[in-house]
Each structure stands twice: as C-alpha cells, then as structure tokens.
Ligand binder design. Structure first.
Ligand SMILES: Cc1cc2nc3c(=O)[nH]c(=O)nc-3n(C[C@H](O)[C@H](O)[C@H](O)COP(=O)(O)OP(=O)(O)OC[C@H]3O[C@@H](n4cnc5c(N)ncnc54)[C@H](O)[C@@H]3O)c2cc1C
Ligand code: SF4
Length: 585
C-alpha cells in the first residue's frame, strides 16, 4: 500500500473539504484598487450587479422615485440606473420553487392585479389547498397537519426566471440601462469606498489568451453600487472580506435545490411539501436534512397544466455520495409523485444553491458606497423555503435609502440596514433565527424542537447558537448512492441530459471559471462528483480506489448553481452570456 493510500484509508470520515481550499485570493483578484482614467470608463448613477428579483426590484423602485424627481434624475447623468447581468437575458440564471408571499410585489407595483401577473406569464395561481407529508419509506406516506412554516394558503406560485424578464421589461421602459451577457468581475474600491465595478473581458481562450473577438472589460463608475448577485456572489464575497462585513456573525451555510417543471395530463389541485425522512438517511452520521416541494402551475398563456417539483438538501451533509439531482430522481418514484407526473413530460430542469444561515449569518448590509440586497445579504428563511418576497422588499428598501442619500447629496447608505431590521424581512428572519441548528442533531430530535421554536415565535430556546461552515464537515463515502435509480430517459434522467435542456451555451474553449484543487483525497473528489448537479467533476476510471485522485473539471457543463463554493471549491465569474438560459424555473 502506498503512503497516500494508507493515509486516505484512515481518512474516510475524517477529511473535510476545508483542508483543500481552492486557489483563490478574493481580495487580490476581485477587488480593483482605483478607477481607470475618466475617458476610459462608463459613468452611471447607480449600478446594480445582478438582474434577479432583488436587483430588478431595486432598479424599478429607483426609477419610480426618479420619475417623480426629474432634477435628481438629471443629476445622475445619462444613465441614472444600470443593471449588470451575466446571463443572456435577465431570468436566464434565476431559479426558485417558487411559492411567493405576494405582499411585497403588490406593494412594488400597486397598479397591477394578481390576474395581470398571471397574464404576464410569471405567476401561476393562488394556493387554495395544501398538504404536507412525511415519507417514512419509498412506498409510504403519512399526511400531517401543515407546520406553521409550510402554511401557504393565499400565496402565489411564480417563476422567478419569468418574473425577472417581466421586471427587466418594466425597468427598461422606465429608463434603465440593462447590460446582459456581462459579468461584473471586480468591485472597484478607491479611498476606502466602493466606486463601481469592472465588467469582465470577453473572447478569451482556454488559457486566458485573447481570441480574435476579444473585448476587454470596462470600469463602470457609480455613485452607488448595489450587489444583488444572489447566493455566492463573486463580488459580494470579496466585499464582505474587504470591509469585514461578516465580523461577529455566524458563517453563511448553504443548501442546494434541483428542480424540474413538468407538463402534466391532470391539473394538480394542491401544493405539496414532503419532509422525509426517505429518501435521505435518518442517521445523524449522514448529516442529511432536506425536503421536497410539488407546486401546481396553471399557465394562463398556453392553458397548460404544469407542476414544479424539487428537492432541497442542506449542504451540511457528510455522505460524499449525496446528490440532490439523483435524490430528486429517486423521489419521483414514490407513488405520491408518480400519481401526479406519470403520463406527463419534463419541460425544464435546473439547480441552484441558497443561503441557509438566516438572521445570524447575515453580513452587515452596507459599506461605504455600496449595499447588499436579497440572497447576497442572506435573506432567506430556509425552514419555510421563502426568500423571494424578502428580495423584493430589500431591493425596494435599498432603492429608497440610496435615493434619499443622493437627494441629500450624501454618500452613506447605512440607513438601509436599519430599514431592513425594522421591516418584515428583519422581523420574520429574527423569529426563525434559531430554526436551522436543531437539525444538526438529526431529523428525529431536530424536527420537534423546530416546531416548538416556531410555535413560540422564536422565544424558545433563546440565545444564539453557533455553527460552522459546510466545508468544515468531514466527509465519508456512504451508501446514499445505492438508492439512486438508473435513469430511463423518460421519467428519470441523468445529469447531462438535464443540463442539455437548460439551453446551456458555454463555449467549449471558454476559460475555466471553476477553481478547485485537481488532486485531492477520494472522499473530497467523490463529494464534488456526486454533489454537482451538472456532472462537472469526474474521477478518472483508473484512479486508485483509495488515497488521492485526480479530478477532471468539465466546466462547460456548469449551470452556476454555486454549490461547489460551499464544499471546498469556488465558482468565479464566467464569461458574460455563458451558462443556462432558464425560462420558467
Ligand atoms: C431551489 C430553491 C427553491 C426556492 N424556493 C423558494 C420558494 O418556494 N419561495 C420563496 O419565496 N423563495 C424560494 N427560494 C429562495 C429564493 O428563490 C431566493 O431568495 C431568490 O430567488 C433570490 O433572488 P436574488 O435576486 O437575491 O438572487 P438571484 O435570483 O440569484 O439573482 C442574482 C442574479 O445576479 C446575477 N449575477 C450574479 N453575480 C453576477 C456578477 N458578478 N455579474 C453579473 N451578474 C451576476 C445572476 O446571474 C442572477 O441573475 C428558493 C431558492 C432555491 C435555490
Ligand atoms: S460546477 Fe457549477 S453546476 Fe457544478 S456544483 Fe459547481 S457551480 Fe454548481
């Protein structure tokens, strides 16, 4: 047995991804010190990085305020509001369940009715009936009264991808300049203050060499910068480090969701959640916590009956063979699900991570010259799986704070932090601030404690419980994989045919945007291989059964879900326009 062989054998269950950090220095690489000369840059009023729910809510609210104040609009120059979005079009990289609390969106666009949302094609009906099940085994189910976080009566089923396209149109009509297919690759800091962002180069080859169509990036100078990058933001992470925004907070932790949309022969009349334990392992050694959703979607435009189905798993798990994609395929074999999907057809697939730490993991939300909104600020209640309405509110409140500061000629946006704390976002997230930690004790002990916390509106148990980063969890090669079905290509699917239907358009000769160590213990390599919903990581067939192995990175498959950053690697900004083109996720 070779030295590394025996070392790794002893390591099964002991080696954590954090011991193999990716080769990245985010402050050095993603923070640019100082702006280019005036004649080489673009100047805008407010730059928003990320054209998702939070970023576009911010853009639309700003433009509403500026429409009533032509003087300030004028002062902001030719481009008062710019949105930088790396997908081909807004919505292209957005994915959610999603059942949304409607209030904040109604407040943002008070003249629109929910019927009009549906006619626009981003909303799919009000929840009138719901059911929550435990799934003790692959064949059985037990209906339980919906625990408070799962009560969705009156909420609206939406597609955040379609909603982003709708919000993009409104923002453009109101005068926003939306730069799609553009990644912001650096946040620009001058004299201790964020003064804008730099857009990424385009047209580089595999090794970074400029190709014939090469276009260099540009500095975008702004009076205010809004980081609305969603979870695992490239610039957000760098800004958090640069300005110490996470000081005194718990580390952020993550979950990964894989979703499919099905066209079904019979309309589903209710919203369904299942809370396991099947197909996850109940033993706390596996560290697996997760759940599923099945949401009815009536497409008013086409008349189609659609269903959104997804599996979310907490990235705190310890079994390297945990795969959200395969767990979803396995879940679809349960009679509860087969009765809904069978005879139907899969029309969309996608994957995305979400921040799970909640209140205690939220970084400080402002820094000189910039703010964090939506998932970039960690505003998700993961027990209820609700973030969309918080993204709308945070975008709106950021716009109001920035507008007020610009009118006064000030450059501090700190009032936004208090506005969040005093809003429903702060209140709701505070109430559920301790709900994720009990699950670390396993499903059986954790579940009842969480119910008690929710019933007591967060009073029990008080205080703050500490936790660790997901990449600090030692991994072992367990048996979760044994339950995954062999894909039949009709009802259950493999990862590559799933990526194919996302319209993923990454060029084959694009530079690699995934940073991982390429030679790691098998436990770590297996973790990446199974976790990645897009099949990016491969272990060579002739690699040793134990010990360190090579990792092959097929980065052009990446759907930019962000999970790798939680488990020992780093997703960095790809070239603008690369990645999936989600339509209805
Ligand atoms: C699987 C899953 C299920 C969920 N279910 C629900 C649900 O049912 N109900 C609910 O309320 N919430 C749900 N959530 C949470 C909710 O979806 C999120 O809170 C919300 O969509 C996040 O919106 P956002 O605008 O902050 O980020 P995003 O939607 O991620 O948008 C960020 C945008 O920024 C762009 N971007 C990022 N970095 C850059 C860069 N450097 N340059 C240019 N562009 C960049 C991205 O391409 C993206 O378009 C779910 C989340 C997931 C992942
Ligand atoms: S390689 Fe891309 S798709 Fe795969 S886990 Fe990483 S970010 Fe997600």
């Amino acid at each position: 047995m070779s030295g590394s062989h025996s070392r790794a054998h002893a390591s099964n269950g002991k080696v954590a991804p954090a011991a193999f950090p990716p080769p990245v220095d985010s402050r050095k690489e993603f923070v640019k010190r100082g702006l280019d000369p005036e004649d080489e840059l673009i100047e805008v009023g407010v730059v928003i990085v990320g054209g998702g729910t939070a970023g576009l809510s911010c853009a639309n609210r700003l433009l509403q305020l500026l429409a009533d104040d032509p003087e300030t609009m004028e002062r902001l120059g030719e481009v008062p509001v710019a949105v930088v979005e790396k997908a081909k079009t807004c919505g292209g990289h957005n994915l959610s369940g999603a059942v949304m609390r409607p209030g904040p969106l109604q407040e943002l666009f008070p003249e629109m009715t929910r019927e009009e949302w549906r006619k626009e094609g981003f909303a799919f009906g009000e929840v009138t009936k719901e059911a929550v099940y435990m799934t003790p085994t692959a064949k059985t189910k037990l209906r339980i009264p919906p625990p408070p976080p799962f009560r969705n009566h009156g909420n609206e089923v939406v597609s955040v991808s379609a909603m982003a396209r709708f919000q993009q149109r409104l923002a453009e009509e109101a005068g926003a300049y939306i730069l799609t297919e553009t990644a912001a690759t650096q946040v620009i800091v001058e004299d201790g203050r964020v003064v804008g962002v730099r857009s990424g180069d385009k047209g580089r080859g595999k090794d970074g060499e400029p190709l014939s169509n090469f276009e260099p990036g540009t500095d975008i100078k702004a009076r205010a910068t809004v980081l609305a990058e969603g979870c695992w933001g490239h610039l957000t992470g760098a800004a958090i480090k640069e300005f110490d925004l996470a000081e005194g907070r718990e580390p952020q932790v993550w979950e990964l969701g894989v979703k499919e949309v099905w066209k079904v022969p019979r309309p589903l009349d209710r919203l369904i959640h299942t809370i396991g334990p099947w197909p996850l392992k109940i033993s706390s050694r596996y560290g697996q916590i997760g759940g599923t959703w099945i949401y009815p979607m009536k497409d008013e435009k086409t008349g189609d009956d659609l269903v959104s189905i997804g599996f979310v798993v907490d990235l705190e798990y310890a079994d390297a063979t945990t795969s959200a994609h395969d767990l979803l395929q396995q879940f679809k074999l349960h009679p509860l699900v087969k009765g809904i999907l069978q005879g139907g057809e899969r029309v969309a697939w996608g994957a995305k991570a979400l921040p799970g730490g909640g209140y205690w993991s939220m970084p400080k939300l402002s820094m000189p010259g910039a703010v964090l909104v939506g998932d970039a600020g960690g505003m998700v209640d993961t027990v209820a799986l609700k973030g969309v309405h918080h993204c709308v509110t945070s975008g709106k409140l950021a716009a109001e704070s920035i507008y007020a500061a610009l009118v006064r000629g000030e450059s501090s946006f700190e009032s936004y932090e208090q506005a969040i704390e005093d809003s429903q976002v702060g209140k709701e997230l505070y109430e559920v601030r301790n709900t994720r930690q009990p699950f670390q004790k396993g499903f059986l002990m954790g579940g009842p404690m969480v119910n008690l916390m929710i019933a007591s509106k967060g009073h029990f148990p008080g205080g703050r419980w500490a936790w660790h980063r997901n990449d600090a969890k030692p991994m072992f090669i367990g048996k979760t994989k044994d339950g995954y079905p062999k894909p039949d290509g009709k009802y259950t699917f493999d990862k590559l045919s799933s990526v194919f239907i996302t319209g993923n358009a990454t060029r084959d000769d694009a530079p690699n945007h995934i940073r991982v160590r390429k030679h790691v213990p098998r436990e770590i390599a297996e973790t990446w291989r199974w976790m990645c919903p897009a099949g990016v990581y491969e272990i060579p067939e002739d690699a040793p059964a134990e010990g360190e192995v090579d990792v092959i990175v097929n980065y052009t498959n990446c759907v930019q879900c962000g999970a790798i950053t939680a488990k020992g690697g780093r997703l960095t900004t790809p070239e603008g326009g690369d990645g999936p083109l989600y339509q209805i996720t």
